[in-house]
Design a protein around this ligand. Sequence first.
Ligand code: ATP
Ligand code: MG
Ligand code: FE
Length: 333
Amino acid sequence: KYILAIESSCDETSVAVVSLENDLVSNVVASQILSHKRFGGVVPEVASRHHVEQIISCMEEAMTAASVTVEDLEAVAVTEGPGLVGALLIGISAAKAFAWANELPLIPVNHMAGHIYAASYVKPLEFPLMALLVSGGHTELVYMPEHGEYKIIGETRDDAAGEAYDKVGRVLGLEYPSGKEIDELAHQGNDTFNFPRAMIKEDNLDFSFSGLKSAFINTVHNAEQKNETLDRLDLAASFQASVVEVLTKKTLDACGEYPVKQLVVAGGVAANKGLRQGLTDAFTTSFPNVELIIPPLNLCGDNAGMIGAAALVEYKKNHLAGWDLNGNPGLSL
Ligand code: ATP
Ligand code: MG
Ligand code: FE
């Protein structure tokens, strides 16, 4: 038997088929990036309209690709939040209608739990576990004593890491979302600017990225006023060096404070090559006994496969939604 999982919290319409044994059988992702690029960010109304257009065909495609029919399904899972309310509601409405018509239970899933559970397709999760959640809207350290139990032990005081990447990218004239491109530029440059490492010396597990963003933007603007040209590769490398150093340091601190068996790195920014390398190096040296799990790139960004994996945990706990399920834009772990 299988779960049909639906994700529509932001700018990806995605539907997946996941077996009750946590095998990812199909994972269809329809991205809307091209429509949002020219606005330099996700436009909520545009996102909702795209979800409406895509959701049914994504559901059909996911079932066809998995070679399953409605009779093979055990439940329908859907992202409840966090995300854009209009976008969430499209997935939720489709999930409700499909579940109701086919007399299937409905499983509500937290999008951020989904990002963490993407790692379960790489290796079975073992607890206690630490998760570094780095995405477009979140930067959090999450301690998990058990399946489905989340304790946020550190978080950003201002911008999320992905948000900082996207804002800095705009100043460099890159298209939205610019995380991937900055990552590529960074690998060809050097950390010559020495941007601030915010809160790195503070005795807590919180982050801050707005100071780094401002330092970057001021550097670029000052140079423009003096008609100087700065090396874009070095700018990107310097920005990334600061982000990776802070994320790595705080994650090491967290694992020192809370002994864990595994470290999961999750969310769109987990696709960052510099971060993947930095954490791998740091953990092999400092915590050789902590198993590091970083999902493959296609499971780092938003996808319904991760929602299906997190749904299995909720389903086992019999955590189901009623037909009055609503989108919850500010849902936290
Ligand atoms: P949230 O999950 O917090 O609700 P979201 O779903 O919009 O937000 P994700 O889709 O998980 O966020 O991640 C998107 C973010 O990841 C964007 O900010 C993008 O720039 C960033 N990103 C993607 N690839 C990379 C990379 N290689 N390096 C750095 N950032 C990246
Ligand atoms: Mg996205
Ligand atoms: Fe996300």
